[in-house]
Design a protein around this ligand. Structure first.
Ligand code: IPM
Ligand code: MN
Length: 370
């Protein structure tokens, strides 16, 4: 098949890890005889420096003309001044909003090879394999008013947490549909003891559970879930929650597996198509990115773990292009590279053969060609 992939590396380690994904995709194209075309665009801090905006119109046009987006990371200390209005993060936030990508899927699974790198006690890690579905285009991230100002009594700031029925319903529906294909248990997280938006969330999740009567829905307070995720992570299978809770809890979930560098994500405008035929929804592509940030502390040193990005590319093959055998080939080769002892520094807790970003990329791409 032919596919046109927009590649937005962004800042920091973003371009470094994304480059390895492309090498792995090239290996897939070679072995399975596909024709992937990559089109690169600027986003984030480097786009601010050059064009004065985190998401130049050219980048948006290129994204809209592509079949899927492979995204790296944005941000860095250079652009962290809170006094400045234009922020690198606007690049990804505006992309999510523009493409209508309301469902962000973040898997958490333990690689047995890496069990020693997890700070969690081993007996808690058995059977851990869950997915967080984070609402991605609403809540505190986008609610208005959103501003900071000063009056005679001092400085003030406001963010707004607002959700419509439709916004909640569509993302909880995606979660129910995914739960149906897995263990049929859905944890819906909220703070209904405090917030109106959470009470609406819980109401809608309960109403939908009538339609999805084969799925057991467990409503849980998000703070309790944060604790359970560490003390008892194997109780979860599919989790659904609003934007900010999902952001925080997905970083927490990454610790369980041993490294933030290992976790991919898919941002979709519909449920993952089971037939893989719908490559674009409403004419717009889906976006795939590792959940880690631009990691300025290690940027440019060639030591970042590219596996989160490579697994994101695999999710792209599966969910935007319906290429399941190809996605399996990537996942198997990552698994084999780990079994053969190859490690980047973040997952080298128990030794192994520690190598850089492009070396491990080579190991993974090489195992696909074999
Ligand atoms: C993430 C990141 C982003 C978010 C930032 C970079 C805006 O932390 O994808 O989790 O908060 O959504
Ligand atoms: Mn985050």
């Amino acid at each position: 098949m032919e596919a046109r992939i927009a590649v937005l590396g962004g800042d920091g380690i973003g371009p470094e890890v994304t480059a390895e994904s492309i090498r792995v995709l090239d290996a897939v194209a070679e072995r399975f005889e596909h024709d992937f075309t990559y089109v690169g665009g600027r986003v984030g801090g480097n786009a601010i420096d050059e064009f004065g905006t985190a998401l130049p119109q050219d980048t948006l046009n290129l994204v809209l003309g592509s079949d899927a987006v492979l995204f790296g990371a944005v941000g860095g200390p250079k652009w962290d001044n809170p006094e400045i209005d234009i922020r690198p993060e606007d690049g990804i936030l505006r992309l999510r909003k523009n493409l209508g990508l309301f469902a962000n899927i973040r898997p958490c699974k333990i690689y047995p090879q890496l069990i020693g790198t997890s700070p969690i006690k081993q007996d808690r890690l058995e059977g851990v394999d869950f997915v967080i579905i984070r609402e991605l285009t609403g809540g505190l991230y986008f609610g208005k008013p959103k501003r900071k100002w000063e009056n005679s009594r001092g400085r003030r700031a406001v963010d707004t947490l607002a959700y419509t029925e439709k916004e909640i319903e569509r993302v909880v529906r995606v979660a129910f549909e995914l739960a149906r294909t897995r263990k049929k248990i859905l944890h819906s997280l909220d703070k209904m003891n405090v917030m109106e938006t959470s009470r609406l969330w819980r109401e809608i999740a309960s109403e939908l559970s009538v339609e999805f009567h084969d799925v057991e829905v467990v409503h849980m307070l998000a703070d309790n879930a944060a604790m359970q995720m560490i003390t008892n992570p194997s109780v979860f299978d599919v989790i659904v929650t609003e934007n900010t809770f999902g952001d925080i809890l997905s970083d927490e979930s990454a610790v369980i597996g041993g490294s933030l560098g290992m976790i991919p994500s898919a941002s979709l405008a519909s449920s993952p198509p089971t037939d893989g035929k719908k490559r674009r929804r409403g004419g717009k592509p889906a976006l795939y990115e590792p959940i880690h940030g631009s990691a300025p502390d290690i940027a440019g040193r060639g030591i970042a773990n590219p596996i989160g990005s490579i697994l994101s590319a695999s999710m792209m093959l599966r969910w935007s292009f319906g290429l399941h055998e190809e996605a399996d080939a990537i996942e198997t080769s990552i698994n084999n590279a780990l079994s053969d002892g190859y490690r980047t520094v973040d997952i080298a807790g128990d030794g192994g053969n520690v190598m850089g970003t492009s070396q491990i990329g080579d190991m993974i791409a090489g195992r696909i060609r074999m």
